[in-house]
Every structure is written in structure tokens, then in C-alpha cells.
Write a protein that binds this ligand. Structure first.
Ligand code: ADP
Ligand code: ZN
Ligand code: ZN
Length: 697
């Protein structure tokens, strides 16, 4: 190390300088390093960790290292291609780390675009000054103003919502409850223009990648009216690393004024953030299901509160958590009770399938409605939340069912390109050809059982040979850009009948759609999960809401064997409030969320017995040492149970649920208990995950 005399006299202290660095490793805490020059909190550094080189973030500058100075390694390189991460970003990462019980580095680093956290992007001959510099040399994308129409005149409720948001108390959360087609988007746009004009940035979150093109178009048209140049950035996991980095840098530098993105965008530093919008806030896609299991919606509420900027949660079917907050006055409620265009909500009909003879899963009522819709030259949608050809292959003579050899689930029959079929496991990705004969009895008559989107599409093709059909599901949209292409065909009126999964159910503003048919809704009705009715209600309300958005007289037909169920009865009345009220009463009476808080400990091992043993010991810890566990008297630990899908990819899984009426007690308990369980798990070679506020239990 050679320090120039100038540098020494210029700085008050002369080093070494001690750093705490957060690294993406599954170990609690932060790591000590030193450097010969002053470093700022929020800067990135390349360090050696064991034999590996990694990029980490400097999160503190302690006076003294945590252990003898001679053992503290020097960093390899200080990265100064970005300004240090802002304070508020570090605060949010710290909050998420504490709240979700996850090491700080495992929160921070995965949230960054790949090139910013890979040492290889900076080291070696080809790094050419690092990814940020290389990106800066790229040309700006030119945007043409997209030709916007005259803006609609807001109705009284929309105006009241806009006024309410603009005048909101700093840091407050507002729940915009608007029926489908009530013009929530227009409300967002007006508020957003206001915030942009005040020189602040906006974070606009949507639940699905598929919804980004639609909103991108709407936003670009609007932005062209308020701000010159390209001020919109889009962020989601479908982008290439380069595209993601570019968006991130433009937002981080303040050059982009709006960030439109899916859940991961909540972690983007935004120096002038002035508003957060979470559209379709009830959507479970806001919950990350692996790694850091965060809720982007909940983090948005926290971030708004922390930054003293308003957060708008919008939905036609708010989550019961948010609805309860609004009911209790913690969120302000803004309501749009009617559709924005002069059209009524679609008529929702239940077709009782118990006494009907179905034709390939279709009731005569639904087939008639589809036919009439075709004759009128309008579009229809057949919704079935099951992709593939059939959920299982079946031998009629011995009862054999196609099963995944690695998981405790059936393999799904899929039609491949052309007419070849194969079997696929939706849990582990296993694929196999269709056996020529039953593996158990040798019978050659194997039959598909049940129906998925492909089989429905096939049937409709035969039934309505002149109809232009399109299937929209995870299989038909695997290629980048293909979903957008299919939706464009629909919007352009080149499609008569859509067959689709939940991908088509949300958010889209279809103009020509006037019939929606729902098949197989009952499948989720009796799921074990206490949130199943809530999810089903939201999903059906959303899919019904795609119909008749621009024209009168739309029809929604739901086929069910249980028409008397509360979910369906509320649905035909479009009665979210009634549904929410009774569901909340029920939850309150049995002490379920949102009237209790939960943490889920899952364990995975090759043998179920090992997973259960670990969980049993974990459960016993506070019983064995009752005085050591803070909050223990207020936390209830259930019995360990195997997961419903017990085995996935040859790993067996079990879980232990923790519950408390007091969030702080539960948090304090897990803070102490979690690391001890982790220790046990290590000894037993069992993999565990701790999930706070689980959505599926
Ligand atoms: P939501 O998001 O609430 O489901 P949208 O924002 O997509 O509904 O609005 C539904 C339709 O109503 C859109 O086509 C939109 O252009 C139109 N719209 C919104 N506000 C108005 C208004 N004040 N007057 C007329 N049409 C409107
Ligand atoms: Zn058989
Ligand atoms: Zn499998």
C-alpha cells in the first residue's frame, strides 16, 4: 500500500479503514474487511470469501473490527462505477432482512441486476471498465410520442379518488377498491401525472409480466403529454440481463421517472420516489415463493411509510388483509362502485352441472352462449386453470394412473408439436413418452382423464370449425414475446375464442369480449388452504370482469356442482363487500389471519421421517427451555405435518406452522428460535426454510 502524503494530510484518520460487508452467503450477519482508503456506506466492493471472489455492499464502518485486526482481510477492489446506494434503500433491505429472518446480503445482492453483483463483470481483460460504463456508451432509445386521444372526463368517484390520493397524508396507504372496468387505470394516470409534474418518480407495480406491455403502452401515451424523452423503465424477470441492468441504471440515476415492473422492482433504488402504485394488490404473484420469500405489496407499504410517500393499492377484490386495514381505518378507502364506461357489469350465471349431461366438459348453456357469441361476431373466453391435454393418463382395465417417479403427483398428458403426446410433471419437470401399453397390466387402451387447455382447444376446434381459436397458457407463450403477440391478435379482433388459464384472467382491457365460460372452478373450492375461497372468489371475479368492458349485455357462465356455496352466491351478485365481510367474520371467529400472524417452517429431506423428526425437535425447543424463548407464551406451535404434495424431485417435505395474535411476540420468538433450528437442521442434514406471512399453508 502506498499512500501519498497528500492523501494522508487530507483525511482526518489514516486507516486502515474497517468495513462491514453484506455478502450473498447463507450465513447470518455481515463480514469484516479492511481497506487502506476511506470507503462510504452503500459502496460495492469485490472481496475474497473463502476461495471465492464476490461482490458485496458496505453496510457499516465500525471503529474497530469484530476480531483481531491482523486477521481481517483487505478488500480486493472498491467499485466506484455507481454512487453509493442511498440510505433508504439500505433501510429497506435491513427491514426485509429482519422481518423475513434472512441474512442482509441474501436480501441485497439478489435484488441487483446480475452484472452488478458478478465479480467476473469487473475482473479480467474483457471487463472493459465494468458493465455500467459499457451500458453508458449505448445509445438512448428513441421514443415516438405514441398519439394520445382526448382524455376521458373523470366521473365523480374517480375524481374523488384522485383528490384523495393527491391530498393523502405523507406515508399513508390508500386502498382503491374499484369494480372491474371502473377506470382504476385512469385514476393512476392522473395521480401519476401530478407526481411527475412535481419532479418525483413513480413506482408502478403489476402482478404479471404479461400485463406490462398493456400498461407500457398506456403509460407511454400519457407520459408523452407530460415529459419529453424516454422516461419510462420496465423491469421484470423476462428481460435479458442487459435490459434489466439498463432499466435499473436509468431509474437509479433518476433519468427514468417511472418504473413499471413486477414484484422484483420493489428493490430498485429510486432517488426521488414520490408515489407507489400496486395494481391488483390481492394477487399472489406479489409474493416471492423461493429465496427471500417477501411480499412486494407489503414491502411497498413499508417503503411508502418510511419515505413518507403515498402508496395506492388497487383491486376489484382486495386481499382480506388490506380490506381489514381499510375497515379499521389504517388505510383510507377509495371506492369506484360502477364501471367507467356506460356499461353494466356482466350477468353472472351458475350452471348446475349435477343433473346435466356434459359434452366434453361443456354444458348446453355454455355451448349455446359460445355459438350465439360467434354469430354476433364477438369474442369469448373459456377459462380453465389447468394447462396440458389432460391431468392424468388412465388404464381403464386395471386403474393404473400415470405418476411421476420423482414426485407424489400425477404426470400431465401434453400434446407436443403435431399430434405426438408426452407425459410431463408440473412439479419437477420430468418428461416421458406415453407408454404404448399399461405398465401394470399390459392393456393397450390408455385414456386421458379430465381436461386441460389443449383438450378444450381441440374440442372447440371440432365443434366450431370456423371459429378462430387461440390458446393462451404457460405452454403456448413460452417464447419471449409470444404472449404479447397473442394478446395483440385478441385486441386486433383476429380471434373469436380464447382458451386460457389465469394468464388471461387478470387486468386485460379486452374490448370485444362478451362471453366468459368457466370450467372446473370447483377444483379449488375444497382445497385445504383456508385462503382457497378468497383466491377462488378473486379469480372468478377477475375473469368475469374481462367480459363486457366496452359493450352491454355480456354473459359469464360458471359451471359448478356446488352452486349454493357462498363464493358463487356472492359472485352472481358481484358482492365483494358481502363476501369479504362474512369471510373476515369467519376468520376472526377462529383466529386466522388477518387476526393472527403466521410463520411457516418447512423441512426437506430424502426421507419424510427425518424432516418430521427435525420439526418435532424444533417444536420442542421452547418446551424444553421455557424461560429462554422470548414471546413463547404468546406463540402457538402446531404439530408438524407432511406437505400435501409430499415428494418433489425425490425430496420429501413437511412443515410446522407457528401462530400468534401478536406480531412482535412472534417476530421476537422466531429471531431467537430460528437460528437454533438452523443449527439443528445442519446437524440433521435437513434443509429448512422460514417463511413469514405464508400465503399457502
Ligand atoms: P379497471 O382497471 O378498473 O378494471 P380500466 O382502467 O381498464 O378499468 O377502465 C376500463 C375502461 O373504461 C377503459 O377502456 C378506460 O379507457 C375506460 N374509462 C376509464 N375512465 C373513464 C371515464 N371517466 N370515462 C369513460 N371511459 C373511461
Ligand atoms: Zn392397466
Ligand atoms: Zn415430478
Amino acid at each position: 500500500m502506498t499512500a501519498t502524503p497528500d492523501a494522508i494530510s487530507a483525511s482526518a484518520s489514516t486507516g486502515p479503514f474497517w468495513l462491514h460487508v453484506a455478502l450473498d452467503v447463507p450465513l447470518d450477519g455481515v463480514f469484516d474487511y479492511q481497506h487502506h482508503e476511506p470507503v462510504l456506506v452503500g459502496q460495492r466492493v469485490i472481496v475474497h470469501f473463502g476461495r471465492r471472489q464476490m461482490i458485496g455492499v458496505v453496510v457499516a464502518l465500525p471503529e474497530q473490527p469484530s476480531y483481531p485486526p491482523e486477521q481481517v482481510k483487505s478488500i480486493d477492489q472498491l467499485l466506484d462505477d455507481l454512487p453509493p446506494f442511498p440510505e433508504d434503500w439500505l433501510r429497506m433491505a435491513r427491514f426485509a432482512s429482519t422481518y423475513y429472518h434472512r441474512p442482509l446480503g441474501e436480501v441485497m445482492m439478489p435484488s441487483l441486476p446480475g452484472p452488478l453483483r458478478k465479480p467476473s463483470a469487473y475482473l479480467g481483460k474483457r471487463s472493459a471498465g465494468g458493465p455500467v460504463l459499457r451500458m453508458a456508451k449505448r445509445k438512448e432509445k428513441k421514443v415516438e410520442p405514441v398519439d394520445s386521444d382526448v382524455l376521458p372526463v373523470l366521473n365523480a368517484e374517480q375524481q374523488a379518488a384522485v383528490d384523495g390520493i393527491v391530498a393523502a397524508k405523507p406515508g399513508s396507504c390508500l386502498l382503491l377498491h374499484g369494480v372491474t372496468g371502473s377506470g382504476k387505470t385512469e385514476v393512476y394516470m392522473r395521480v401519476l401525472e401530478h407526481v411527475l409534474a412535481a419532479g418525483r418518480q413513480v413506482l408502478f407495480m403489476v402482478p404479471e409480466i404479461n400485463l406490462t406491455p398493456q400498461f407500457e403502452q398506456v403509460l407511454r401515451a400519457r407520459l408523452a403529454r407530460v415529459l419529453p424523452g424516454d422516461v419510462l423503465a420496465v423491469l421484470h424477470s423476462g428481460l435479458s440481463e442487459g435490459e434489466r441492468l439498463r432499466s435499473w441504471l436509468r431509474v437509479n440515476s433518476g433519468q427514468a421517472r417511472i418504473l413499471l415492473g413486477t414484484r422484483l422492482s420493489i428493490f430498485t433504488p429510486m432517488p426521488e420516489l414520490g408515489l407507489i402504485i400496486v395494481d391488483e394488490e390481492h394477487d399472489t404473484s406479489y409474493k416471492q415463493q423461493d429465496g427471500l420469500r417477501y411480499s412486494a405489496r407489503d414491502l411497498a407499504v413499508w417503503r411508502g411509510y418510511d419515505l413518507k410517500v403515498p402508496v395506492v393499492l388497487g383491486s376489484a377484490t382486495p386481499s382480506l388483509e388490506s380490506w381489514n386495514h381499510a375497515r379499521q381505518g389504517r388505510y383510507s378507502l377509495l371506492s369506484l362502485p360502477k364501471r367507467a364506461r356506460e356499461v353494466s357489469l356482466p350477468r353472472v350465471r351458475l350452471v348446475d352441472t349435477r343433473h346435466l349431461r356434459l359434452d366434453s366438459g361443456f354444458s348446453p348453456q355454455l355451448l349455446d352462449a359460445l355459438e350465439a357469441c360467434l354469430d354476433r361476431g364477438e369474442q369469448s373466453l373459456v377459462f380453465i386453470n389447468r394447462r396440458g391435454y389432460a391431468p392424468v393418463l388412465h388404464c381403464a382395465s386395471c386403474g393404473w394412473l400415470s405418476q411421476c417417479p420423482r414426485c407424489t403427483v400425477y404426470t400431465v398428458l401434453h400434446r407436443q408439436n403435431g399430434f405426438k403426446h408426452n407425459l410431463q410433471c408440473h412439479h419437477c419437470g420430468y418428461q416421458a413418452p406415453v407408454p404404448r401399453a399399461c405398465p401394470d397390466c399390459g392393456d393397450q387402451d390408455l385414456q386421458p382423464m379430465g381436461r386441460g387447455t389443449q383438450r378444450i382447444e381441440e374440442f372447440l376446434g371440432e365443434r366450431f370449425p370456423n371459429a378462430r381459436l387461440v390458446r393462451i397458457d404457460a405452454d403456448s407463450t413460452r417464447l419471449k414475446g409470444s404472449a404479447q403477440q397473442l394478446f395483440e391478435q385478441v385486441h386486433a379482433g383476429e380471434v373469436d375464442i380464447m382458451v386460457g388459464t389465469q394468464m388471461v384472467a387478470k387486468g386485460h382491457d379486452f374490448t370485444r369480449l362478451s362471453v366468459v365460460g368457466v370450467l372446473n372452478a370447483d377444483a379449488t373450492l375444497f382445497a385445504h388452504d383456508f385462503r382457497a375461497p378468497e383466491r377462488l372468489f378473486a379469480q372468478l371475479m377477475q375473469v368475469a370482469g374481462r367480459a363486457g368492458r366496452h359493450t352491454e349485455g355480456a354473459d359469464v357462465i360458471i359451471q359448478t356442482g356446488y352452486p349454493e356455496q357462498a363464493v358463487y352466491q356472492s359472485l352472481i351478485k358481484h358482492d365483494y363487500i358481502g363476501f369479504a365481510q362474512s369471510a373476515l367474520n369467519e376468520r376472526e371467529s377462529v383466529g386466522l389471519p388477518p387476526f393472527a400472524y403466521q410463520v411457516l417452517l418447512s423441512a426437506e429431506a430424502p426421507q419424510l421421517a427425518d424432516a418430521i423428526r427435525l420439526l418435532t425437535q424444533a417444536r420442542r425447543l421452547p418446551e424444553d427451555y421455557p424461560n429462554e424463548f422470548p414471546g413463547a407464551d404468546q406463540v402457538f406451535l402446531y404439530d408438524p405435518v407432511p406437505l400435501r404434495v409430499l415428494r418433489v424431485a425425490k425430496v420429501e417435505r413437511a412443515q410446522l406452522l407457528l401462530e400468534s395474535a401478536h406480531r412482535p411476540a412472534l417476530q421476537a420468538f422466531v429471531r431467537y428460535w430460528g437460528p437454533q433450528v438452523a443449527q439443528l437442521a445442519k446437524q440433521h442434514k435437513v434443509r429448512i426454510t422460514i417463511e413469514v406471512d405464508p400465503l399457502e399453508i
